[in-house]
Write a protein that binds this ligand. Structure first.
Ligand SMILES: *Cc1c(COP(=O)(O)O)cnc(C)c1O
Length: 230
């Protein structure tokens, strides 16, 4: 079932790439396994999937030892500062950096571990009060702060578009995020590293690919519905 779902998603990503003339390798699929057991992750792994996304630090801590070591974990959820220590050194990328306080904590932990942590800045692209990201107006100063931290590598932007049944409604937000990335890039210490756009979920990942997503985060369409709202 999971293998079959992955195959379908793969075909849809390929088709979206073809439609807009992008190379398939320019988009990576993150299988969002939050709330799903390690067995489900193992099933996706057996089908060739290596990139997985989680939104609770405890879940990564619990699942990681049960699974192959070459899985690459991406943290995509709201991150509390006291959980940073569980993630730095364990996850390939943290998508949800939304404040200087959080960035400073990641910097501190990365320095302690002697590594550079890849991060994305999460943007509240539609200004929704229910969403976590940094307000677009606050982005430049957050960006400057992160860029000045020696143990953080700024790799791009992440957003969750407002919930909708119609993926076309997400398109303007995806375009806005891409324009923000392109606009901010030249200001950075390492502009070439700032190339990721983490956007698109089960309901709108094809639209996201059409608008330049480099990381799509797909859960339900791979693993099925979740029992809890997470
Ligand atoms: C849960 C989650 C996803 C995956 O959502 P689906 O609709 O199940 O594909 C993507 N991004 C974030 C930030 C999430 O929390």
């Amino acid at each position: 079932m999971i293998a079959e779902n992955l195959k379908k998603i793969e075909e849809r990503i390929e088709a979206a790439c073809r439609r807009c003339g992008r190379a398939r390798e320019s988009v990576r699929l993150i299988a969002v396994s939050k709330t799903k057991p390690a067995e489900a992750v193992a099933e996706a792994y057996a089908a060739g999937q290596r990139l997985f996304g989680e939104n609770h630090a405890q879940e990564i801590v619990a699942k990681k030892p049960l699974l192959p070591e070459d899985i690459r974990w991406h943290f995509i959820g709201n991150l509390q500062k006291n959980k940073v220590k569980y993630l730095v050194g364990s996850v390939e990328m943290i998508h949800s950096v939304n404040s200087e306080g959080l960035a400073a904590q990641i910097e501190k932990q990365a320095a302690k571990c002697g590594l550079v942590q890849d991060i994305l800045l999460e943007v509240n692209v539609a200004g929704e009060s229910s969403k976590q990201g940094a307000a677009p107006e606050a982005l430049l100063s957050l960006l400057r702060f992160c860029d000045s931290q020696p143990h953080l590598r700024l790799c791009g932007l992440m957003a969750v578009a407002p919930f909708t049944e119609d993926p076309e409604e997400s398109r303007p937000y995806f375009i806005r995020l891409r324009e923000m990335r392109d606009g901010l890039k030249p200001a950075l210490r390492d502009p070439d590293a700032f190339r990721e756009l983490s956007m698109g979920m089960s309901g709108d990942f094809e639209t996201a690919v059409e608008e330049g997503a480099t990381l799509v985060r797909v859960g339900t369409s791979i693993f099925g519905a979740r029992n809890t709202m997470k």
